[in-house]
Each structure stands twice: as structure tokens, then as C-alpha cells.
Design a protein around this ligand. Structure first.
Ligand code: ATP
Length: 442
């Protein structure tokens, strides 16, 4: 039996992302900066939609969740209490010959994989970026760029309980930047030095933790399935006892079948009462919780996902190359909630009369949905450009439109085209987005 492989290659995705302005190398004109990336006009729309979908599923649609947005720089004691200063490190080896650095635990050989040179003994390398607050660069002013968003949630546990009157079980969600001085090279945006996390800390009564962990596993898997990811490309991977972090009672990853193999997309851990206990000790503040009958330190279930890895997952999974009339049609079968643009408004020619009608349609529709206006090139090429970025509907304004006040709508998935009255556009698109079948548009 051959090992399962994703039919999409990383080269296809990298090429599309660059060509169409999803992702650029950071500071490219200066030669780039390793494992740092910039998101272009389409990338930012797509990324925002991923975050919106996550927030909607995990905060907006749940009565037992609230959000927070903490600062990236925190009191240095946070990272001592959390264990990051002492233990957030990877074993690093250097090649004595070519001076390349590698993560020891990911090497398959005892010599340099690039040049075959001799390697140094492994030493621990802390992944946190250090900087200084204030004008003096001395040890007392050292702060870290947060390597995860989670700690901001833990140190605000009491503030949130007191200000919202939320009762355990409840959760706090946060989306934000994290920084890790990663040693291994990136696989495009899979591993970055600056990235965004979407994290939940869900606080439960000790004893209810195992059941809640199971619930979150299903909930988080369903998130990717509901947004259209192929079920054959997703699975759970249970962490072995030996691999578990010392504080974790249990940890399960959701893995996606990336082009380079099965890799972690999201981790869902039962962290027991480790974090609140550590911060209570470190700050000398009581972080226990009274539920009306007894006082306890809540246990925590932590679903922790990366925006960049979700971005890659959704894009790889949606990527299609198909032959249509002897030509390759590249298109993204992205979920409607995720597409950068839902609609493209395309006047057939640059003639002013058509532009006036088309601009008016753009103005009306862009109040509700992200739209693109494109008047360049032949209509066939414009359709292909929109297919390539996953745009759901192309609205073409032609010379007949000036007579019949109607336009042609083309649907991405089937390439079916239907003519509809201009004044019905909002209703038609709304119904379609709400799940009506395209053929009932007329
Ligand atoms: P890995 O083993 O791949 O280094 P991790 O187990 O250290 O990942 P966690 O600390 O569990 O990752 O972080 C939670 C999530 O944050 C990951 O599942 C991933 O989606 C994302 N993430 C972590 N590190 C990076 C990174 N360097 N670049 C992009 N996303 C990351």
C-alpha cells in the first residue's frame, strides 16, 4: 500500500500565493527575513475571514465564552511562573563545517544533512525573543515577545470572572501574534518566527475535565469539517505519555495531511490546574474559584490553533486544477465564509456607460460583501483570475444590460451562468449564500 499523499503540492500553493498577492516574503527587496511573511491584498482578506469564522464559532455562537485581547509584552515574571524561561527550548546543534543550525530532535542523521559535516553536541536554545523596555538595556529591563497568547488569558482569569460574572464552566478566547525564534526551516508559512494563534482556555471543575476535553476535540474537528476540509485529510493524534509536557494530563493534536506529510494543525490539551496554580504562586494572588458550594482551582482545556497553519490547510484543500475545453482551470473551492472576495463585478468593456452601471452595482453590493472590481483583459481571462482566488460569483455587465437592466451571474463551482435583473442582485446573492440552490435563482 502506498502512503497517503495530498494531491496538492507546496510549489503550487507558493506559486499561487505569490502570483496573486496572498503572501510575500518579508522585506523581500532586501533579500527577505527567514520565516517571516507579509500578507498581501488577498492574503489579508482570507486571513481575516479565517479569524472571523473562528471567533464566530467559538465566541459569538456560545454563551459560555468571552474574548480578550492582551498586550504582547507582559511582566517578565509571567514567563518565569509559566515555565517558559526555564523550559521553552529546543535542542540545537551546529554544523562545525558549514555553520548551519538544526533542531537535534528533528535530524535523521548524526551528521549535517546539508554538507555531511560534524555536528556539535546538542545544547538547549530558548525560543523566546528578548527585548528591553525603557531606555536602558540592562537585565532588569528585559521583557519577552510572547511565545503564545495563552498566558495573557491565565493572568486575567480573575479580572474576567469579576467583571463578567461568568460561571465555571466557561472559556476565554484570544487571537493574536506570537513569536518564536524557531531553528528549523519553515515549509513556507507552516513554521514562522512571527505568527498568529487562536487560543481558548476553557475553565472547568476538576473531575469534569475529561468530558470537556472530549467535547472540545469534536467541536474543533467539526470546525475544519464545517469549513469544507476533506475528512480524509484530517485525523486526531494522541500524544504518547513520554511526549506529554509535564503539566499536561492529556494532549491530542488535530493533524492535517500537508504536502510534506501529517503535521500538527491544532493542539488540544488538558492542562489540569497547572497554569492558575503557577500564577497564584508567582503573583501571591488567590486565583481559586468559589462555585457557591466549594472552592477549587479550575482545570483548563486548551484548544490552540495557528492562523497560518489554518490558512495553508484551507488553501491546500481547496486547490483544484482541472481541464476545461483543453485548458487547465485552476480554482479554489473555498468555503463561502472564507473566500477573499465573494463577488467580482466585471464590465464587459471599458465604455463609460457600462462602467457607470457596474460601479453602481459595486457600490451597492460592497456594502454587504467583499467585492472586487475588474475591468482589465478579456472576460474569459477575468473569469479565470477570479476562479484562481475562489471568488464565488462573477457579475458581468454587458451592452444588453443597458436595455434589459439585467446582468449575468456566473457561479464558481459549476461555471453555470444565469441572467438576473439588477434590482434583484442583493436578494439573489443573499439567498444563495444562505444555501439556496443556484438553479432556483430565476
Ligand atoms: P510544533 O510541534 O509544530 O513546533 P507546537 O506543538 O510547539 O508546534 P503549540 O505550542 O502547541 O505548537 O502551538 C499551538 C499552535 O500554534 C500549533 O498547533 C500551530 O498551529 C501554531 N504554531 C505553533 N508554532 C508555530 C510556528 N512557529 N509557526 C506557525 N504556527 C505555529
Amino acid at each position: 500500500m502506498t502512503e497517503q499523499q495530498n494531491p496538492t503540492t507546496m510549489e503550487q500553493i507558493i506559486s499561487l500565493c505569490r502570483r496573486r498577492g496572498f503572501i510575500f516574503q518579508s522585506s523581500e527587496i532586501y533579500g527577505g527575513l527567514g520565516s517571516c511573511w507579509d500578507y498581501g491584498p488577498l492574503g489579508i482578506e482570507f486571513k481575516n475571514n479565517i479569524k472571523k469564522a473562528w471567533w464566530k464559532a467559538n465566541v459569538q455562537m456560545r454563551g459560555d465564552m468571552v474574548g480578550i485581547d492582551c498586550s504582547i509584552l507582559m511582566h517578565p515574571q509571567v514567563w518565569i511562573s509559566s515555565g517558559h524561561v526555564a523550559g521553552f527550548s529546543d535542542p540545537l546543534v551546529d554544523c562545525k563545517q558549514c555553520k548551519q543550525r538544526f533542531r537535534h530532535d528533528t535530524l535523521q542523521t548524526a551528521v549535517c544533512p546539508d554538507c555531511g559535516g560534524e555536528l556539535t553536541e546538542p545544547r538547549q536554545f530558548n525560543l523566546m525573543f528578548k527585548t528591553h523596555v525603557g531606555a536602558v538595556e540592562e537585565s532588569a529591563s528585559v521583557v519577552y515577545l510572547r511565545p503564545e497568547t495563552a498566558q495573557g488569558i491565565f493572568v486575567n482569569f480573575d479580572n474576567v470572572v469579576n467583571s463578567t460574572r461568568k460561571k465555571v464552566p466557561f472559556g476565554i478566547a484570544q487571537i493574536g501574534k506570537s513569536f518564536r525564534n524557531e531553528i528549523t526551516r519553515g515549509d513556507f508559512i507552516f513554521r514562522c518566527r512571527e505568527f498568529e494563534q487562536m487560543e481558548i482556555e476553557f475553565f472547568v471543575k476538576p473531575g469534569a475535565d475529561e468530558e470537556w476535553h472530549e467535547k472540545w476535540l469534536q467541536k474543533r474537528m467539526n470546525f475544519y469539517l464545517d469549513l469544507g476540509v476533506n475528512p480524509a485529510h484530517l485525523h486526531f493524534r494522541e500524544h504518547e505519555k513520554a511526549e506529554l509536557a509535564h503539566y499536561a494530563k492529556r494532549c491530542v493534536d488535530i493533524e492535517y495531511l500537508f504536502p510534506m506529510g501529517w503535521r500538527e494543525l491544532e493542539g488540544i490539551a488538558n492542562r489540569a490546574d497547572f497554569d492558575l496554580t503557577q500564577h497564584a504562586q508567582g503573583s501571591s494572588k488567590d486565583l481559586s474559584y468559589f462555585d457557591g458550594q466549594e472552592r477549587f482551582t479550575p482545570y483548563v482545556i486548551e484548544p490552540s490553533a495557528g492562523v497560518e497553519r489554518s490558512f495553508l490547510t484551507f488553501m491546500i484543500d481547496a486547490y483544484r486544477e482541472e481541464e476545461v475545453n483543453g485548458e487547465v482551470r485552476t480554482w479554489l473551492k473555498l468555503h463561502p465564509d472564507l473566500v477573499p472576495y465573494k463577488i467580482a463585478v466585471l464590465p464587459l468593456s471599458k465604455k463609460e456607460e457600462l462602467n457607470t452601471v457596474a460601479q453602481d452595482i459595486f457600490k451597492r453590493l460592497s456594502k454587504h460583501w467583499a467585492c472586487e472590481y475588474d475591468e482589465t483583459q478579456s472576460i474569459g481571462r477575468r473569469y479565470r483570475r477570479q476562479d484562481e482566488i475562489g471568488t464565488l460569483y462573477c457579475i458581468t455587465v454587458d451592452f444588453d444590460s443597458l436595455q434589459d437592466n439585467a446582468v449575468t451571474i456566473r457561479y464558481r463551482d459549476t461555471m453555470q451562468q444565469i441572467r438576473i435583473p439588477i434590482d434583484k442582485l442583493e436578494n439573489v446573492i443573499l439567498n444563495k449564500l444562505n444555501g439556496e440552490v443556484f438553479s432556483t435563482f430565476e
